[in-house]
Write a protein that binds this ligand. Structure first.
Ligand code: ADP
Ligand code: MG
Length: 370
């Protein structure tokens, strides 16, 4: 959807913001450009919508050479979100969001309806916020308005330049979550610039790591960037705790799960003790007829001849969870295993510290670049 071919930007004073950058961004992908301050991230982004003219190379958006396009037309098809948001202070939130539809001469009621729909989409109730002015909103709310405005004309491409950089870490994480959900539904092609590697691996389908002068050092899946940094520069960028970061970006794979000793609700204590002993552990999981998790029967209940006493199994995660989710559940409940469940709470298997470790090691191998 976006192709950069040997793109460069040299300023008249001779300084090279971007030397020779080639990058292909697949349709519908969210690509995070990450690198230290001054490495040419913003310059790269602004060349795509021609806020900055490249001095060499070629940029194609959906097959069209942007240098041959009319810049105003071009920018209407490309949403642009920046850290400073750039809302017009004397316009209401609704008017701000309707900026592009208004430029496109949509009639008033259609532009208005579209603005309200988008405010809703980014989690701002229009009946509360649409008639306010930007200074009456928090930083996080203004940032949401910035996203809504960029989406107003439903552009296929979004350029985002450190859009969540100005808000505190908790709000930032919430905005990232909201944006991920939004992107899941909208499927835009997104170029997302950040200097924060955590943000890059969290949001990106692919991560492009840049060194000074727009020097592309690695272009890979988040798991591969964290697990197999291409060189010392990338390793330095992702830091010493990259193993932990990798947990956060690696989904559970059903193939990684282990079988747990299982009994049905109507099993006897002797049954439970037997399956637990066969598995070499001290407790068994209890499921109903449909394989749904009911709980667990700990070892002290497996002795004697009383009825099976089932305790609730809190250490469980949905199959869409990440390895980090599973790990933190395991720590929170001090559990030796975590049950992985499907949508109907059916037990798919368990993760133990060993299988978590194996899954993490495997993740780098299986997560090939798109
Ligand atoms: P980033 O967004 O990665 O922090 P930028 O793309 O904004 O970096 O800038 C890349 C480099 O280009 C920086 O070293 C910056 O100083 C330089 N630069 C930006 N604008 C100009 C300009 N008008 N003249 C000369 N150099 C510039
Ligand atoms: Mg920048």
């Amino acid at each position: 959807m976006i192709v950069l071919e040997h793109v460069g930007k040299q300023y008249p004073d001779g300084s090279v913001a971007v030397g020779d950058l080639s990058l292909t961004i697949p349709r519908g992908a969210l690509v995070a450009l990450v690198g230290p301050s001054g490495c040419g991230k913003s310059t790269t982004l602004k060349m795509v919508n021609r806020l900055i003219e490249p001095t060499s190379g070629r940029i194609l958006v959906d097959g069209e050479d942007v240098l041959k396009a009319d810049p105003v037309e071009l920018r209407r098809g490309i949403g642009y979100v920046i850290q400073q948001v750039g809302l017009f202070p004397h316009q209401t939130i609704r008017e701000n969001v309707a900026t592009v539809p208004t430029l496109l001469r949509w009639n008033r009621s259609r532009a208005r309806a579209r603005a309200d729909e988008l405010l809703d989409l980014v989690g701002l109730d229009p009946s509360t916020y649409a008639d306010r002015y930007p200074h009456q909103l928090s930083g996080g709310q203004r940032q949401r308005v910035g996203v809504a405005r960029a989406l107003a004309a439903d552009p296929p491409v979004l350029l985002m330049d450190e859009p969540f950089g100005a808000v505190d870490p908790i709000v930032r994480e919430r905005l990232q979550d909201e944006f991920l959900r939004l992107q899941h539904d909208l499927g835009k092609t997104v170029m997302f610039v950040t200097h924060d590697i955590d943000e890059a691996v969290r949001l990106g389908d692919r991560v492009a790591v840049l060194a000074g002068g727009g020097d592309l050092r690695q272009y890979d899946s988040p798991a591969a960037v964290l697990g197999k940094p291409a060189d010392d520069f990338v390793a330095e960028c992702v830091g010493a705790d990259r193993g932990l970061r990798r947990l956060a970006v690696t989904p559970i794979d059903v193939a990684d799960l282990e079988d747990a000793p299982l009994v049905r609700e109507d099993a006897t204590v002797a049954d439970a003790r037997r399956v637990a002993e066969e598995a070499g552990v001290s407790s068994a999981l209890v499921v109903d007829d449909a394989e749904r998790l009911v709980g667990w029967a700990p070892s002290d209940h497996l002795e004697g001849s009383s009825d099976l006493r089932v305790r609730p199994m809190k250490a469980s995660v949905h199959r869409s969870a990440t390895l980090k989710d599973a790990w933190s559940v395991m720590l929170r409940y001090d559990a030796g295993w975590v049950a992985v469940l499907d949508d109907d709470r059916r037990l798919l298997g368990v993760l133990t510290p060993d299988s978590l470790h194996a899954a993490l090691r495997r993740s780098v191998r299986v997560t090939e670049p798109v």
